[in-house]
Write a protein that binds this ligand. Structure first.
Ligand code: RFL
Ligand code: PHB
Length: 387
């Protein structure tokens, strides 16, 4: 089998890249380790920057998002019960779209089906070969062993994928920060706690009230890494969530049974470079941010944007975009790294933190509440820096 761009991973970054390239007349094959149902069962991001919204339109996969997504003009921050608002529109003239990653992925699969793109599921033992020469990919599945020859490989296979590992260790440089807690998240058929997202810092730990629609809530609490999902009944979750939210929010909160419950550890991670020979990394395959800034999926989208531009230019005879890919993508990655890290440091309770550390967190939050300049910086970063 032969294609122009082999894409490893059928998550949001792989599907978006495939969809954009196909529409530009460039052939792709997507290889995904899991089934489509499994990929669509993952509950992850919920906040999309304008850049991603625009890319979904360009990919011909934005119609349902336009109908069912919700544009938010701001969000709320709370500190031990006191709450204030950051008005994104007023601070920087931009908004964010609240629309679940699961729905984005579903729309991209539908768009790929509609144009007859090739997405192969349940692939095993995917291996990348001759990355600095004439690249090809091999894998096995129920039908036997396969080989795919290609011009380029896009490694869109997430943090646990094989693409990053295919770059020699003496070329790769990794930067990592592991936070000493995770987020326990539940999805419930209940109305959202508020019309906007609430990020709440509290002595008991961080909590986030998010949503997918007017009837579907996504709620998170900071938990120790030693906690297991089975340790948390729905009742225990809601009791803790309410204790961390401002009283005015907790008092009117409608709770209900969870339909999904999971714990995600928090990590900041970057692997440089994002290109090795004819392999390009996109999204979580190359970097991870803690979810506090809602940046993971959005960074995957900006990588896809730069790679899509580079590859389409290449097929028109201009290699400057692919030559600059790693540098351009990483410049934006590090900005989002800094933002996600600073929001994580400000909002969470760290084991062993001193009184001094706590006062610094309080002062950071107070600065956001009182300084228009600080709010503008936050709004610019949260709604997404321009590509
Ligand atoms: P994905 O989604 O992990 O997809 C990678 C795909 O590759 C497949 N794969 C392989 N396929 C073939 N061969 C192999 N060897 C393979 N190894 C892996 C996998 O099965 C999978 O289908 O990476 P991608 O596409 O780069 O997308 C990244 C995003 O999923 C991620 O950054 C976000 O979900 C992060 N994130 C958030 N991002 C935001 O922008 N806004 C948010 O509000 C937000 N909230 C979140 C989040 C992530 C969370 N968790 C669980 C980590 C909230 C949470 C709780
Ligand atoms: C979510 O809705 O899942 C979500 C929203 C904002 C974040 C993280 C997760 O910062």
């Amino acid at each position: 089998m032969r294609t122009q761009v082999a894409i490893i991973g059928g998550g949001p970054s792989g599907l978006l890249l495939s969809q954009l390239l196909n529409r530009a007349g460039i052939a792709t094959v997507v290889l995904e380790r899991k089934s489509r149902d499994y990929v669509l069962g993952r509950i992850r991001a919920g906040v999309l920057e304008t850049g991603l919204v625009d890319l979904l339109h360009e990919a011909g996969a934005g119609d349902r998002m336009d109908r069912e997504g919700h544009l938010h003009d701001g969000c709320k921050l709370a500190q031990n019960g006191r709450m204030f608002r950051i008005d994104f529109r007023q601070a920087c003239g931009r908004q964010v779209m609240v629309y679940g990653q699961t729905e984005v992925t579903r729309d991209l699969y539908a768009a790929q089906d509609a144009i007859g793109a090739t997405v192969i599921h349940d692939t095993e033992d995917v291996a990348l070969h001759d990355l600095t020469g004439t690249p090809f990919v091999t894998w096995t599945d129920a039908g036997g062993s396969h080989r795919l020859d290609c011009d380029f490989i896009a490694g869109c296979d997430g943090f646990h994928g094989i693409s990053r590992q295919s770059i020699p260790t003496d070329v790769r440089r990794e930067f990592e920060k592991i936070y000493p807690f995770g987020w326990l998240g539940i999805l419930s058929h209940t109305p959202p706690a508020d019309s906007e997202l609430i990020y709440a810092a509290h002595d008991r730990g961080f909590a986030l009230a998010s949503m997918r629609s007017a009837t579907l809530s996504r709620s998170y609490i900071q938990v120790p890494l030693t906690d297991r999902v089975e340790d948390w009944s729905d009742d225990a979750f809601w009791t803790e969530f309410k204790a961390r939210m401002p009283a005015e929010v907790a008092d009117r909160l409608i709770t209900g049974p969870s339909i999904e419950k999971s714990i995600a550890p928090l990590r900041s991670f970057v692997s440089e470079p994002m290109r090795w020979g004819r392999l390009f990394l996109c999204g979580d395959a190359s970097h991870i941010v803690p979810p506090t800034g809602a940046k993971g999926l959005n960074l995957a989208a900006s990588d896809v944007h730069y790679l899509y531009e580079g590859l389409t230019a290449h097929y028109r005879g201009d290699d400057r975009g692919i030559e600059a890919y790693s540098q351009r993508a990483l410049a934006r990655v590090w900005q989002a790294m800094r933002f996600s890290w600073s929001l994580t440091m400000m909002m969470h309770r760290f084991p062993g933190a001193s009184d001094y550390d706590r006062r610094m967190q309080d002062t950071d939050l107070a600065q956001l509440e009182t300084s228009e300049t600080a709010r503008r910086l936050m709004a610019e970063n949260y709604t997404g820096l321009p590509y």
